[in-house]
Ligand binder design. Structure first.
Ligand SMILES: Cc1cc2nc3c(=O)[nH]c(=O)nc-3n(C[C@H](O)[C@H](O)[C@H](O)COP(=O)(O)OP(=O)(O)OC[C@H]3O[C@@H](n4cnc5c(N)ncnc54)[C@H](O)[C@@H]3O)c2cc1C
Length: 320
C-alpha cells in the first residue's frame, strides 16, 4: 500500500531535480482559475495565496495542468474526535480540481460516485480507484476505431481551451491509481507542450483584474476584521461563520440527506431534493466565512471548493 505522505517526497525530489528549485513555488493554495478576456472558453490565469506569508500569487499562462486531487471530508466521517482527520483519502484534497474547473466552465462527468472502502470507510469523492468523479477530457487521436467526438485535439485537455488535467482530475476513467495518474501527467504534459507551441503568438489577458482577485481571496479576512468586535466571543458572531462550523454544516447535510453513514448509505428522491435546497443555502452562507489567520483562510477556501465542486457541476454540464 502507498501512503501519499510517504511517496510524495520521492516524486518531489525528481521534480526538483528536473525543474530546479528556482522554478518551484510551494505552499501556495490556488483559489481560482481566470478565463481569457477575449475568449471566455479559454483559461488564461490562476490565482492563489501563500499559506505561510501574506502574499498573493497570480500566474498567467497559455495552458495549465489542474491536478489538485479529489475531494475529501464532504461527507461526515464515521470517526469522531481525533479520528476525524483519518479519512482514507488525503485530507488536503478538498475538491479544488472539480470546483475550479467547473467554475471555469469545464464539463464534468458525474459526481454521484462515492468511494467507501470497507477497510477505511471514511474516504469520498475521487477520480482514481475506479471512482468516476471528475472532468471530461479529450482522449487520444491515435487509437483506431475511437469515436471522433471523444477527442477534440489535445489529449487530456478539458472542454476549456488550455485547461488540462490528469490523475484524480480525469472523470469516467477508473482504475488508474498512482502509476496511471503519473502516466496521465506525462501524457498531459506532452500535449501541453504541443498546445503551447501551436499557440506561440497568443498572449493571455485576464478577464478579471488583480485587484478584484485580491478582494475576493481576502474576503474572509475582511469579514473577520469588520465584525470581530460585534460580540465578546470571537467564534460566536451572527455576522460570520467559522470555516470549521461551516464544514460541520456541510457534512450534516450530506450525511442526513445524501446517503451518509447515518442512513446506511441510502437516500431517495425527496431527500436529494431537500439536499439540493440546503446546498444552495450553504453556498450563499459560504460567502460569510471568516478567516482570523492564514490557516483559517486555507480552511475557508477548502470548504468553498468542497461546496462548489457539487453545486457548479450542473451548469457546467449544460454548457456542453
Ligand atoms: C491511503 C491511500 C492509499 C493509496 N494506495 C495506493 C496504492 O497502493 N497503489 C496505487 O497505485 N495508488 C494508491 N493510491 C491512489 C493514488 O495515491 C492516487 O491515485 C494518486 O495520488 C492521484 O494522483 P493526483 O496527482 O491526481 O492527486 P494527488 O497525488 O492527491 O495530488 C494532488 C496534490 O494537489 C495539492 N492540492 C490540492 N488542492 C490544492 C489547491 N487548491 N492548490 C494547490 N495545491 C492543491 C495536494 O496538496 C496534492 O499535493 C492511494 C491513495 C491513498 C490516499
Amino acid at each position: 500500500m502507498i501512503n501519499g505522505e510517504s511517496y510524495k517526497w520521492i516524486v518531489a525530489e525528481a521534480a526538483k531535480k528536473a525543474l530546479g528549485m528556482e522554478n518551484i513555488q510551494e505552499r501556495v493554495f490556488i483559489v481560482r482559475l481566470v478565463t481569457d478576456k477575449n475568449d471566455p472558453t479559454r483559461v488564461a490565469a490562476a490565482a492563489g495565496f501563500s499559506v505561510r506569508d501574506h502574499k498573493l500569487y497570480v500566474y498567467k499562462f497559455k495552458c495549465c495542468l489542474l491536478a489538485a486531487g479529489g475531494a475529501v471530508n464532504v461527507f461526515r466521517p464515521r470517526s469522531v474526535g481525533e479520528g476525524t482527520g483519518r479519512a482514507w483519502y488525503p485530507v488536503w484534497n478538498a475538491g479544488s480540481t472539480y470546483a475550479m474547473a467547473a467554475e471555469c466552465g469545464a464539463a464534468m462527468t458525474m459526481m454521484e460516485n462515492r468511494f467507501v472502502p470497507a477497510r477505511f470507510k471514511d474516504g469520498y469523492l475521487l477520480g482514481s480507484h475506479a471512482g468516476c468523479a471528475g472532468i471530461w477530457v479529450s482522449g487520444p487521436t491515435d487509437i483506431p476505431g475511437t469515436p471522433t467526438e471523444w477527442s477534440w485535439g489535445y489529449n487530456r485537455m478539458t472542454t476549456v481551451k488550455g485547461l488540462f488535467t490528469a490523475g484524480d482530475g480525469v472523470g469516467a476513467s477508473g482504475h488508474k491509481f498512482s502509476s496511471g495518474s503519473h502516466t496521465e501527467g506525462r501524457i498531459a504534459a506532452k500535449a501541453m507542450v504541443k498546445f503551447a507551441l501551436d499557440n506561440k503568438t497568443w498572449k493571455p489577458e485576464m478577464a478579471r483584474t488583480v485587484d478584484e482577485l485580491v478582494e475576493e481571496i481576502y474576503r474572509p479576512v475582511k469579514t473577520f476584521l469588520q465584525h470581530k468586535d460585534y460580540t465578546t466571543a470571537i467564534d460566536i458572531n451572527p455576522r460570520y461563520i467559522t470555516p470549521k462550523m461551516l464544514q460541520f454544516r456541510l457534512q450534516k447535510i450530506m450525511d442526513e440527506y445524501c446517503a451518509g453513514v447515518s442512513t446506511w448509505y441510502q437516500t431517495n428522491a425527496k431527500m436529494l431534493e431537500l439536499c439540493e435546497k440546503k446546498l444552495e443555502m450553504i453556498k450563499e452562507d459560504s460567502l460569510k466565512m471568516r478567516a482570523k489567520d492564514l490557516h483559517e483562510l486555507l480552511r475557508a477556501w477548502e470548504n468553498y471548493h468542497r461546496i462548489r465542486g457539487f453545486t457548479e457541476r450542473r451548469s457546467a454540464h449544460h454548457c456542453v
